[in-house]
Design a protein around this ligand. Sequence first.
Ligand code: NAD
Length: 440
Amino acid sequence: MKVTMIGTGYVGLVTGTCFAESGNDVTCLDVDQKKVDLLNGGGIPIYEPGLTELVRRNSESGRLKFTTDYSEAIPGSKCIFICVGTPQDESGAADLKYVQSAAEQMAPYLDKDAVVICKSTVPVGTNRKVRGWIQAKTDTPFYSASNPEFLKEGAAIDDFTKPDRVVVGVDEAAASEIVEELYKPFLRTEKPYISMGIESAEMVKYAANCMLATKISFINEIANICEQVDADINEVRKGIGHDARIGFSFLFPGVGYGGSCFPKDVRAMASVAEENGVKPRILRTVDETNDQQKNVLFEKIKNHFDGSVSGQTIAVWGLSFKPRTDDIREAPSLVLIRQLLEAGATVKVSDPVAIENVKHQLGDAIEYCEHHYDACDGADVLAIVTEWNEFRNPDFDYIKLKMNSPVIFDGRNLYDRHQMAKRGFTYSGIGLAALPASDE
Ligand code: NAD
């Protein structure tokens, strides 16, 4: 099948490449000429495990192409996926300007009965608007579909090729059948293809992300209480996770969720609620709780220095909003680093892949270290913000040698606090009372 992806970011590039891998003829279109040139030259604009090899193989086979030209990408396409960004506007609602522009630009080139599928996360009612924007520019009949995407950065290829479910919102069964054919290779293990109304499909994506964000804010709040009452969140988590009604997923406390989805999707859902006369009490609180949680490490570090970090050197491990991605959108690391700089600290950072993206935002205000051990050189505190695998089992003796003082504030609970005390570190996690280094 000939397929076009409009928007070649995390979602468009991954899903387009996976469709090409299953034998389709895929064109990825983007307005960003530099991105398209890079892809045509064999480069990859994002870090996503496994993607480079997949893009290379499918480009070489001729099944995957990149362009900025709508007149080249749309004609002959049976399925056109809109995968452009939907950032939040000043009010917190989803900004649909990229979606509208994609709809209007594709319109003149649509084939009869092509399916225009919105994969971008959009508020309920957007697919109807997309239909209107296209119809204002063409008389060609076409189908509309909503197909929310559930992939996670860092595991995007696996998530897309082995989905828990595929959700498609349509008005006509014919459109659903076309989309189902495209997804069949990924649903061979009896995972469901769920066809529903367009508005319901639009709601599914927001409801899913809001539920996950709520779990994170919930466990962070429980962790903060644990810390004050001498309970251990790891023990509490185990105690509740074995309850089949609760489960373990998304119940790891931390320094707040970030990324391009949860923060903006929670706010967009809350805006939709308010526009429709529903008070989004839970969603507003989830968002506020998360914003507060991003301050937790800074507050702890400040308290450690009796209220002032001025003149201290702080090492920060992990910049991306989560491991296995270079995405730093709404990353908790940026909040911490800005607070430290503002308070007069020197900041040394390390991350396996996100340093370049942070340089664009913070320039030479901080020191970038290629190896995470180097960030510890002369540091008074080490703050761990992202749980990259390579941080899980470091050489603690070496870290101790490098640091001015062996103090770790762990925003991801990577280590056992009793062992850390024995190793001679003053160690503080999230939801665990801090332990000073033991004298043993
Ligand atoms: P992104 O910012 O990485 O990529 C969007 C791309 O669209 C950019 O390359 C941009 O240049 C391009 N673009 C903008 N306007 C265009 C136009 N008129 N024509 C062609 N290209 C255009 O965004 P993303 O992370 O891939 O997210 C895309 C959508 O998918 C968003 O709605 C997001 O909420 C949703 N989503 C993202 C994820 C994720 O993990 N990143 C997961 C599920 C859903």
